[in-house]
Design a protein around this ligand. Structure first.
Ligand code: RIB
Ligand code: CA
Length: 320
């Protein structure tokens, strides 16, 4: 699409990854060049199956999809069936897709898409960062073809997988450290905006009642998340977070974001803080109290005006 921003999605589809894919392939501001899969919310093979099924529901054109890392670089995989259902897509029983993944590894699909593109690409990472880390270690020559990494991951404050760590970083802390330490332009879309951007329960009812597979799938996935919120006794007004889809909103239009450029370090030591993203928001580093900041900076999202992103998401799914 002329003028659209060329992007690659890296996913662990997953309920909210599915919302993100529905938005990304339907929004005119993005040109989705490829989707790469990694294990995370669900095992890798299931993530690939889910991604192909969601592309069908989205009415997407031919979109290269490839399987990547089965598991993190060091950690054992730990899937999130309690949140995403046993099949990773809320056990909705979506029909099999006639699409097939590319016969190459995700790292090769990423390398090829970056090398062949006439302009640098934005990588929207919605999963553990294993594929991206492997790309950087295997093909350092493509780094200058990466415009930006919009990374759904990390947290300034409390985690979700543990008290300290957000799931995507916690799942593969070494991969996150490699990506954050590569000198790339990284937008860290962490848990603060992740849980803030959402739609109302009335919006969900509108999606369910709409014509077309995409809005109805979005409505069914969000209905599943409303149920999860209820079982987790999360203080729910009448809203439900759109999760990863918010990171796609951020790639489309960063205006609603409140950000700070700050050093971000990933805690790798075993123990309660492993996988924590330590965002150094100090405005002055006293020479006598702390070593110079040696972690590389990222653009960290501290807050977001969620209403523009609610409208952006709904317009893409329901039509303006
Ligand atoms: O912590 C939230 C992240 O972990 C989201 O990307 C969700 O899909 C899971 O992968
Ligand atoms: Ca995800």
């Amino acid at each position: 699409m002329s003028g659209a921003k060329p992007v690659i999605l890296d996913v662990d589809t997953g309920v909210d990854d599915a919302l993100a894919i529905l938005l990304a392939v339907r929004h005119p501001a993005l040109d989705v060049r490829a989707i790469t899969c990694t294990g995370g919310n669900a095992p890798l093979a299931q993530v690939v199956t889910n991604t192909l099924r969601v592309l069908d529901a989205a009415g997407a054109g031919p979109t290269p999809v490839a399987a990547g890392a089965h598991r993190p670089l060091l950690e054992a995989p730990q899937h999130a069936a309690a949140i995403h259902g046993s099949d990773g897509l809320a056990d909705l029983g979506l029909p099999d897709s006639g699409r097939t993944p590319e016969p190459v590894h995700a790292v090769e699909l990423l390398r090829r898409a970056l090398a062949d593109s006439e302009e640098p690409l934005t990588i929207i990472s919605l999963a553990p960062l294993t594929n991206i880390a492997l790309l950087l270690r295997t093909h350092p020559e493509v780094i200058d073809r990466i415009e930006r990494v919009v990374m759904m991951g990390g947290a300034v404050g409390t985690g979700n997988a543990t008290a300290a760590a957000e799931f995507n970083v916690w799942h593969d802390p070494e991969a996150a450290a490699i990506v954050l330490g590569a000198g790339l332009d990284v937008l860290m879309y962490g848990l603060e905006p992740f849980y803030c951007v959402g739609v109302s329960h009335d919006d969900v009812r509108r999606l369910l009642a709409a014509e077309g597979a995409a809005p109805r799938l979005a409505g069914a996935l969000l209905t599943h998340l409303i149920g999860i919120d209820a079982t987790e006794e999360r203080v729910a007004d009448d809203r439900v977070a759109i999760g990863d889809a918010g990171a796609v909103c951020a790639a489309i239009d960063p205006a609603p974001l409140v950000t700070r450029v700050a050093p971000v370090e990933v805690a790798l030591a075993p123990g309660a803080t492993r996988g924590q993203t330590i965002v150094d928001l100090r405005t002055m580093v006293g020479a006598d109290i702390s070593a110079a900041r040696d972690a590389l900076p990222a653009t960290v999202v501290l807050d977001v005006d969620s209403e523009p992103y609610r409208r952006l998401f709904l317009d893409a799914l329901l039509g303006p």
